[in-house]
Design a protein around this ligand. Structure first.
Ligand code: NSP
Length: 218
């Protein structure tokens, strides 16, 4: 029988594939994302990450067992250390000023994504938190996982790929999908339907997020 995670992805196939095969993905593997596009992407993504860590906190609070809380706490530690320092080094390299790092003007897709994560956190449902976290990490593994690809020279491009295709990340996404399958199977119909809605909206947000960094650039 197909698990909940696979069913949800199948329901969002068009947006999922558009995001996972986005122009940004093709360009980052070629080391060809223009600096102004990369700057716009990372500045907005840093604001995404802020709410994303808060959503991990909600998953820790709503999880139904200690081992799940431990796994999420370890993942939050990685984001707030290795991934955070990547952003800071990339901002230095790209010349991003302090106000753009801390309080940039949010674009509509960033705000929509933040609102979705806040909504999932507030609802206090573990399966709902998993739906949004699952999209964010599974979709990123999907685009980044090209074992035969040569990495670009610039660390700003290369590390954004390796943060999302290393063995630890792959194992975490496998676990996260299993967790979504498990919580989905245990949930009542109403919670499953709410989680499905969050998943669908999160996939659409991922697509819009990639699209919008090219809005002023094309
Ligand atoms: C928009 C977005 N989605 C997902 C990820 C992967 N953590 C991210 N950094 N940014």
């Amino acid at each position: 029988m197909t698990g909940f995670s696979e069913q949800l992805r199948a329901d969002s196939r068009a947006d999922w594939d558009a995001a996972a095969r986005h122009r940004f993905v093709d360009e980052i593997f070629r080391g060809a994302v223009a600096d102004d596009v990369m700057r716009r992407y990372l500045v907005q993504d840093y604001q995404f990450i802020d709410r994303f860590v808060a959503l991990i906190g909600a998953a820790i609070a709503t999880a139904d067992r200690f081992e799940s809380r431990v796994r999420f706490a370890q993942f939050a530690a990685m984001i707030t250390s290795d991934e955070n320092t990547y952003f800071l080094r990339a901002f230095d390299k790209l010349g991003v000023p302090p106000e753009q790092r801390l309080a940039p003007r949010l674009t509509a897709p960033t705000r929509a994504f933040q609102d979705l994560m806040a909504e999932a956190a507030r609802a206090g449902s573990y399966v709902g938190c998993l739906a949004v976290l699952g999209v964010a990490e599974w979709l990123y593994l999907d685009w980044a996982d090209r074992p035969d690809a040569t990495l670009p020279d610039d660390f700003v491009h290369a590390e954004w790929i390796t943060l999302h295709n290393n063995d630890g990340f792959r194992a975490f996404v496998t676990w996260l999908r299993g967790e979504l399958d498990r919580a989905g199977a245990a949930a009542d119909e109403q919670s499953r339907a709410r989680a499905a809605g969050l998943f669908r909206r999160a996939v659409a947000c991922e697509r819009d997020f990639f699209d919008h960094v090219y809005d002023d650039a094309a």
